[in-house]
Write a protein that binds this ligand. Structure first.
Ligand code: SAH
Length: 270
């Protein structure tokens, strides 16, 4: 049952909200600023709204699309572009490092520039997966639900400060670039959206620590937002040790700076 691409009905299951506002599309492309000597990866190209303008730069472009019904349309539109490669796959299971192995012969290995108007239901797990691959990534530009961008770019003491922001900021510079209203999409989502840029640190501004230990610690610290550190971190670190680090055991995780989470991680992980 092959439905023609032109009549593709947007699927909720795949988080499909297609961009159709050319001003927004141009603004995203300008923020990315793709160049001919770069290697881009687009996640969820859909009907090619962003793909069309990215490919104009002449860059090497890999795209990963889950919905098989969209594949014929993407091939028809872009397969004649010599530096375009389509992967009919689930981005959550995709081996991004394999794209570098496939890079054009004779060129030096280049880090990937990742772009995507991401399905809202997979955005958080996908960002966590990409953060694990941050060594092979130059930068990432995503369209996300505004609320998720606010969590990524949050500052300590704010109600949005938590696991996502802490892990993203430990590994990347996070920039909330601009907001996108629902009417830029078809169908219109119920929420506001925003564009965020994540740039993995080349020289980290933070003290070193084990990222997976930090992730586990932060998860525990925020397990119950209203509880104190003393309670949430029971069995992990005691009050005396927290005080020795200059941290009030009666404080909530929400009030701690990223450096303090790193200090706790290093204190328990010796
Ligand atoms: N980039 C397009 C489409 C955005 S909608 C535009 O801006 O118009 C989100 C896209 O992600 C859809 O094409 C959807 O099929 C695709 N998608 C959903 N889940 C995915 C996954 N796990 N892996 C890859 N693509 C996925």
């Amino acid at each position: 049952m092959n439905r023609p691409h032109a009549q593709h009905r947007p699927r909720k299951r795949f988080g499909q909200n297609f961009l159709h506002d050319s001003v927004i599309i141009d603004r995203i492309t300008a923020s990315v600023g793709p160049r001919v000597d770069q290697h881009l990866l687009e996640i969820g190209p859909g009907q090619g709204a962003l793909t069309t303008s990215l490919i104009e730069s002449g860059c090497q472009l890999d795209v990963v699309e889950l919905d098989r019904d969209l594949i014929p349309g993407l091939l028809a539109a872009f397969s004649l572009s010599p530096r375009f490669k389509l992967h009919s796959a689930d981005a959550l299971k995709f081996d991004f490092a394999s794209l570098l192995e496939d890079s054009e012969e004779g060129t030096t290995q280049q880090r990937l520039r990742v772009v995507g108007n991401l399905p809202y239901n997979i955005s958080t797990p996908l960002i966590f997966k990409l953060l694990e691959d941050s060594a092979i990534i130059e930068d990432m530009h995503f369209m996300l639900q505004l609320e998720v961008v606010e969590r990524l770019a949050a500052v300590p003491g704010n109600k949005n400060w938590g696991r996502l922001g802490i892990m993203a900021q430990y590994q990347c510079r996070v920039e909330h670039l601009f907001d996108v209203p629902p009417h830029a999409f078809h169908p219109q989502p119920k929420v506001q959206s925003a564009i965020v840029r994540l740039t993995p640190w080349q020289a980290s501004p933070w003290p070193q620590c084990d990222a997976s230990a930090l992730r586990i610690l932060v998860k525990s610290a925020f397990a119950h937002r209203r509880k104190t550190l003393r309670n949430n971190l029971k069995g992990i670190i005691d009050s005396t040790q927290l005080e020795a680090l200059g941290i009030d055991p009666g404080a909530r995780a929400e009030s701690l700076e990223l450096t303090q989470f790193i200090e706790i991680t290093n204190a328990i992980n010796v």
